[in-house]
Design a protein around this ligand. Structure first.
Ligand code: SF4
Length: 180
């Protein structure tokens, strides 16, 4: 499978990240029990298992996607060393999440995505508008062709400006290099 870099993962929607993990997770072959400390498990035993879990993650082709999902999911607590995800312990994940809080807030907001749905709607409307004849009933039946064409041009410009505005805002918030 294609290995995503951490930079690519940061720029990727949740569904794509999840698909990458589903396709390549090494933990699916070794079992997820390895990655969680059992209740009452002596620290020395967990330490050995934790090291083994980290070793599995280091070789996992889905690690970058898994890391980004773990951060967006809010996995890991600062004072609880009881899990490994993406090769990081709970405290390590919490620390990393704290350092990237602003970016992660924007990324999770983009994942929730009412804005994305609006963007999709505007793009679809722009495409439909672009192939609509200005002589269609949409622009009235009494105006001249020139007036209808001008009205359609205005509409296309308005849609393009709305799309540009949303894309620019999303890129600024998330640091994404490409339009979402
Ligand atoms: S990085 Fe580790 S926890 Fe994440 S999918 Fe791979 S093996 Fe599983």
């Amino acid at each position: 499978m294609h290995r995503m870099t951490s930079t690519q993962a940061r720029h990727t929607r949740r569904a794509v990240l999840q698909a990458a993990v589903d396709a390549g997770a090494e933990c699916a072959t070794v079992g997820t029990d390895l990655f969680f400390r059992e209740d009452g498990e002596p620290y020395i035993e967990w330490q050995a298992r934790r090291a083994e879990a980290v070793r599995v993650c280091v070789g996992c082709p889905a690690r970058a996607a898994c890391t980004e999902l773990a951060l967006r999911d809010g996995d890991g607590q600062p004072t609880r060393d009881d899990m490994v995800r993406a090769g990081l312990t709970g405290p390590e994940l919490a620390a990393l999440r704290g350092r990237q809080a602003v970016r992660l807030a924007a990324a999770t907001a983009a994942d929730r995505d009412t804005e994305g749905q609006e963007l999709d709607r505007l793009v679809a409307e722009l495409r439909a508008e672009a192939i609509t004849s200005p002589d269609s009933a949409r622009y009235g039946t009494v105006r001249s062709t020139a007036l209808r064409t001008a009205a359609q041009t205005d509409r296309l410009r308005t849609l393009a400006a709305q799309i540009r505005q949303i894309r620019t805002a999303r890129r600024t918030r998330t640091g994404w290099g490409v339009a979402a």
